[in-house]
Design a protein around this ligand. Structure first.
Ligand SMILES: [Ca+2]
Length: 284
């Protein structure tokens, strides 16, 4: 019995042995020629490859686009938060062993931390700069004008005005004060509050004034730089006690000023100076 034996000679040729009944021209063919079955297999393969390619492209695009969308949303959210941040901030006041949070209080952090002490200065007039020392026209070196703006009731500003350490009088300490430019820029101020120092109630200010200015720097020394906003009671007419704040004094103002000048023109009693632990400005 004869058997047909097929040998693969090459990748492209098939040869049939010992089969005289089969015409070799019918069985020798190129393997690469497509049959009906291989045609559909190739088509399925192509469709599958195309589908995989589309899925890969979609996944790549999602990986790129999703982070971009998230980042943009976060940026938009952050921008809206920044835009809604008020210029008036909440600050914390140090009161010895405890702290008090004040709503609506304007930060008195000054540009370049510069708080200029003045003496012999009245509302609407030019400023006479005060220095550190214990003579007339000076303030005590450890009780600087910056101590009236540091949110700390345990520190104070002591200014002699026309007097000095060992001379008391009715006018001592009057027409003194300070001015500064707000670090966070122009802000509306329509209220103020004064806080007493740790001792010497006779030095408490009873009549004060506040002025605003759109100017900054050296020209602030000119009286014409300033617009009057308030002159009147300090709120300390009735002594609230040592290192305590008086009631808030309100006044009308709807204009933002970048600089403010505070002056004292009345005090409680005979003394060698005027002193206070804090001047607080508010926007309501
Ligand atoms: Ca203080």
């Amino acid at each position: 019995m004869k058997t047909n034996r097929i040998t693969v000679v090459t990748h492209n040729i098939v040869k049939v042995h010992n089969s005289p009944s089969i015409d070799p021209s019918l069985v020798v063919q190129k393997m690469g020629e497509p049959t009906h079955t291989s045609y559909f297999s190739n088509r399925k393969r192509k469709v599958l490859c195309a589908a995989v390619f589309v899925v890969v492209v979609v996944l790549v695009m999602l990986n790129i686009l999703i982070p971009i969308v998230v980042v943009r949303r976060n940026k938009t959210h952050s921008s809206s938060l920044i835009a809604s941040t008020p210029t008036v901030i909440t600050t914390t006041m140090i009161t010895g062993s405890s702290t008090i949070t004040e709503e609506g209080q304007v930060s008195l952090v000054a540009v370049k931390k510069s708080v200029k002490g003045v003496h012999h200065t009245v509302m609407g007039g030019s400023s006479m700069e005060a220095g550190a020392g214990d003579d007339s026209g000076h303030y005590l070196p450890y009780n600087t004008p910056a101590k009236a703006c540091d949110n700390d009731l345990t520190t104070k500003y002591v200014s002699f005005g026309p007097c000095y350490l060992y001379k008391d009088g009715d006018m001592c300490g009057l027409n003194t004060g300070f001015y500064l430019e707000l670090q966070h820029g122009p802000t509306i101020v329509n209220a103020l509050r004064i806080c007493t120092a740790n001792d010497s109630a006779e030095r408490d200010p009873t009549v004060v004034s506040l002025e605003g200015s759109h100017i900054s720097g050296i020209p602030l020394i000119r009286g014409t730089s300033w617009t009057p906003l308030y002159k009147g009671a300090s709120g300390l007419e009735k002594d609230p006690g040592r290192s305590k704040c008086g009631p808030i004094q309100h006044f009308d103002n709807a204009i933002k000023y970048k600089s403010y000048r505070f002056l004292v023109s009345g005090k409680r009693s005979v003394s060698n100076s005027v002193q206070y632990s804090e001047v607080q400005l508010y926007k309501f």
